[in-house]
Write a new protein. Structure first.
Length: 133
């Protein structure tokens, strides 16, 4: 099941209240395939005509991270965020475009934790092949 298909019940089973502002922030993050900053969440909500205070956006993102509904990434030393599915998974991250894909956790050795795997997504690989031709 993709993150964008996550049912409402699963979104809020983490024990935090589904306030209107948290729902708005989570909906923005669910629409992304790449991690974005809290400021970008704030800007997107303003663009949609649903503005919230920037400090409220930061608090909502922090709550969603603490509840495990959103994961934190680092891009160029800046914290970025992406909504993730409820199952245990790894992140496959494209070094070129920042695309993040969830990979179900299977068959990892005992005691070994994989947090992220970096590589090149199919789209970027095709672009590199075309540029090299």
């Amino acid at each position: 099941m993709g993150v964008t298909a996550m049912p409402d019940a699963q979104r809020w089973q983490a024990g935090i209240r589904a306030t209107r502002k948290r729902v708005l922030v989570l909906d923005v993050l669910l629409a992304q395939d790449r991690p974005i900053t809290t400021k970008q969440v704030y800007d997107e909500l303003s663009r949609r005509g649903q503005p919230i205070a920037l400090t409220t956006a930061y608090r909502a993102v922090s709550s969603l991270v603490a509840a495990g509904l959103v994961h934190v990434f680092s891009q160029a030393g800046e914290a970025t965020y992406r909504a993730c599915g409820p199952t245990r998974h790894h992140h496959l991250i494209c070094r070129d475009c920042g695309l993040v894909v969830e990979q179900e956790e299977e068959g990892r050795p005992d005691g070994f934790t994989v947090e992220a795997v970096y590589g090149i997504c199919a789209s970027c690989a095709r672009g590199q092949q075309q540029a090299g031709s």
